[in-house]
Design a protein around this ligand. Structure first.
Ligand code: ADP
Ligand code: MG
Length: 758
């Protein structure tokens, strides 16, 4: 029996999903798989695990597992459910990539989808679980899609073996045909239970004009107007990224300053301080971080790129243009003068924000203030913020795009989908009728795509193919994907894995069709299995697998960890807000350039290029105890360095598991590699990045000036370049390998290292 507090009990009774408890639990009893659809905020994530618990699904040996596509949700939902049930976090726990609080008493376990995928690799039948809940399935994240495919096979297998298991798939939208009308996936379509949320009408206000350039300025003016002219009620704003969120927060706090009166919570103290400074201060108060105890169970398949806030969904909405709350879209009649008489309580919200900061949006704003949350896509479906009456939607989303052929990636801000825009609008109608201000015209909305594509169709899949081969799924083309990646992407993935030695190419005989088929069913090699056990991308896994030679392993692990975590240097390309900030930024840039030069070293080590810089940075930071101060002084991202430290622990552990005789360990006082080792490292790196080779275009070949200092790659007709911040920018070696190519103002190679011309 669960002993809930009266307040919790009262709040629960208001959630629409509670009315469906009987229906849901009966469907779960009678069917192996059930799909639940319910509007964001209807109580799916917090309540369904409790229903299952109370129905006894965790009273035997099996426990209840819930997967989330985002770390944020896994952590915060586990805390919330523990609190609602009045149970300890030893019982309601979470596990994400680097950390968790799971114990032998755990009965309800929230985890990221990558963590469960890794568990399937260890125990295909998932015998620890009596039920798996796949949450946020509408987001169509790659891991969620694959898990559903795998579980569609695991559940019948468990039933056949007399160890029944249940699968619940939860979605915030009604668009679930990819799961239900897909006989390859579920031969018998699972029942769909719709939770009728009490959604209040939301009036949609379109702009007459669509600002193309300064949409954040437009957002600012709209918020000012709402705050000055409209009745009380929280404002939720959708922007595309963290930098935009922070700059708007700063601007709003200036316009509507909020002075602490008799509160002791210190909620507004960061109002004047930059986010980075605040984080450092906070971190400084903590005890020094110690190296994590190595835990084999504690890693996920691959790093989930949470920087991409690109998940989408859809609901219906009501339209009513020209209501009396139409506040027009002329930006000039809003003022930017500071007005402390009407304080605005401004909070940022995005996935990388520290959990304590995120939790603030769930608490009531200080008396006399209006809540204004400036968010990225996280607020679209993962988290429900109470008391929102107004939504301001910029209509855009930031996504990572990959070129199908070349693999070149870029972050682009594009229009969102209609479904996603409707989902955003719906956030305004949770507690009373609301308003959504769309900063684009209805004609532009009409041109949005209806839905956004599943992530799996939009990115390279070599990592998934390797994981699946390791699960002995040889013919990945036949896998029951909810949406299949393109055959082209699958072929490219298998070819890369063959060239890395992770898969074995079958003999080239027979008819053309057989050859085509064979290219899509290459079996995994022993090297491939070792690589699959490393929680990094296949190219880096290959580098790790070769790392034990010439005592290079500690360096290889450090470099791979740094390449995997990405963006270890603070972004100093940002525009400065003030003159003071600008001079500080310049100082920091100079310092970082100086440090980069120092870390890159001279002679042989310089040729290892950006990878040497990473190695130097990791080594120096670790030597200094990985303190926030060291990072701040040297232009390193503290959060990235902590992640690298954890990943080094994990990788060391994974390597030891594959070949115990090397006895790898993490040495915080790692000495720099010898010249001989650097030469070795360059060869090892080349073995992993061999398909990322570029040759400098020389003298007479430069017919077109655009090729000056350019490099030629096998797949592209356009030149690629070494970035000015690279250690090899001045050297311009004849042959280089690179980590990836990002298109910004030009095509730039990142993580460049020179290779020997032979
Ligand atoms: P769904 O999964 O259907 O979107 P949730 O179960 O996440 O819905 O949320 C149900 C309710 O619980 C929402 O009203 C939300 O505001 C509330 N809630 C969720 N997490 C917290 C929290 N940490 N603190 C307070 N309220 C919360
Ligand atoms: Mg939810």
């Amino acid at each position: 029996p669960v002993d809930r507090s009266p307040e919790i009990q009262e709040a629960r009774l208001k959630l629409p999903v509670l009315a469906e408890e009987q229906v849901i639990m009966e469907a779960v009893r009678e069917n192996p798989c059930v799909v639940i659809c319910g509007e964001t905020g209807s109580g799916k994530t917090t309540q369904v695990p409790q229903f299952l618990y109370e129905a006894g699904y965790a009273s035997g040996s099996g426990i209840i597992g819930i997967t989330e596509p985002r770390r944020v949700a896994a952590v915060s939902m586990s805390h919330r459910v523990a609190k609602e049930m009045n149970l300890s976090t030893r019982v309601v726990s979470y596990q994400i990539r680097y950390e968790g609080n799971v114990t032998s008493d755990t009965k309800i376990k929230f985890m990221t989808d990558g963590v469960l995928l890794k568990e399937i690799q260890k125990d295909f039948l998932l015998q620890r679980y009596s039920v798996i809940v796949i949450d946020e399935a509408h987001e169509r994240s790659v891991y969620t899609d694959i898990l559903i495919g795998l579980l569609s096979r695991i559940v019948p297998l468990r039933n056949k073996k007399g160890m029944p298991m249940k699968l619940l798939v939860m979605s915030a939208t009604l668009r679930v045909e990819d799961f239900t009308d897909n006989t390859k996936l579920f031969r018998i379509p699972p029942p769909v239970i719709k939770v009728d949320a009490r959604q209040f009408p939301v009036t949609i206000h379109f702009n007459k004009r669509t600002p193309m350039e300064d949409y954040t300025g437009e957002v600012f003016h709209k918020i000012c107007k709402i705050h000055r002219m409209l009745p009380p009620g929280g404002i939720l704003v959708f922007l595309t990224g963290q930098a935009e969120v922070h700059s708007l927060c700063r601007r709003l706090r200036k316009a509507f300053p909020f002075r602490k009166s008799n509160t002791t919570t210190g909620e507004d103290e960061e109002a004047d301080t930059s986010e980075a400074m605040r984080k450092f201060k906070k971190a400084k108060q903590k005890k020094p971080v110690s190296l994590p105890r190595i835990d084999l169970d504690n890693y996920s398949a691959l790093p989930v790129d949470e920087g991409d806030e690109d998940r989408e969904a859809g609901i219906g909405d009501e339209e009513d243009e020209g209501s009396d709350l139409e506040i027009g879209d002329d930006p000039n009649d809003a003022e930017e003068k500071a007005d402390p008489s009407i304080p605005l309580y401004v909070l940022p919200l995005y996935s990388l924000l520290a959990p304590e900061q995120q939790a603030k949006v769930f608490r009531p704003p200080p008396p006399g203030t209006r809540l204004c949350v400036i968010a990225t896509n996280v607020a679209e479906t993962s988290l429900t913020i109470p008391g929102i009456k107004y939504v301001v939607d910029c209509g855009r989303v930031k996504k990572r795009f990959y070129d199908r052929v070349t693999g070149v990636s870029s972050f682009k801000v594009t229009w969102t989908s209609q479904a996603s825009a409707n989902q955003r609008a719906g956030r305004a109608g949770r507690t009373e009728p609301g308003h959504c201000y769309r900063l684009y015209s209805s004609a532009v909305f009409g041109d949005f795509s209806l839905f956004s594509e599943a992530e799996i169709t939009r990115r390279p899949v070599e990592d998934l193919v390797l994981q699946m081969k390791d699960l002995n799924i040889d013919k990945v083309v036949n896998f029951p994907f909810p949406t299949s990646p393109s055959a082209e992407a699958l072929v490219a993935a298998e070819q890369l894995l063959v060239s890395l030695g992770a898969l074995k190419e079958p003999p080239r005989t027979g008819r053309v069709k057989d050859i085509e088929q064979a290219r899509l069913s290459c079996p995994i090699t022993p090297l491939g299995r070792a690589m699959a056990s490393f929680p990094v991308a296949p190219r880096y896994a290959k580098i790790l697998a070769l790392g034990k030679q010439q005592d290079c392993l500690p360096y290889v692990i450090a470099v791979v960890a740094a390449m995997t975590v990405r963006e270890i240097f603070e972004d100093l390309d940002r525009p400065a807000g003030s003159e003071d900030e600008s001079s500080k930024l310049n100082q920091r840039r100079a310092r970082l350039t100086q440090m980069r030069r120092l870390w890159a070293g001279q002679g042989a080590s310089l040729l290892l290029g950006d990878l040497m810089v990473m190695l130097g940075a990791v080594g120096a930071c670790e030597f200094a105890g990985c303190t926030p101060k060291f990072c701040e002084d040297n232009g390193l991202r503290y959060k990235a360095m902590v992640e690298i430290r954890r990943l080094r622990g994990q990788l060391t552990n994974a390597v030891n598991a594959v070949c115990p005789e090397v006895g790898a360990f993490v040495n915080p006082k790692m000495t720099p590699p010898t010249e001989h080792q650097v030469v070795c490292l360059r060869q090892i790196v080349l073995a992993g990045l061999g398909d990322h080779l570029a040759r400098r275009v020389q003298g007479e070949e430069i017919l077109d000036p655009k090729w000056k200092n350019g490099y030629k790659t096998p797949l592209m007709d356009e030149p690629v370049f070494i970035h000015p911040s690279s250690a090899l920018f001045k050297t311009l070696p004849e042959f280089v390998v690179y980590q990836e190519i990002m298109e910004t103002t030009k095509m730039y190679m990142k993580g460049v290292s020179a290779v020997e011309a032979e």
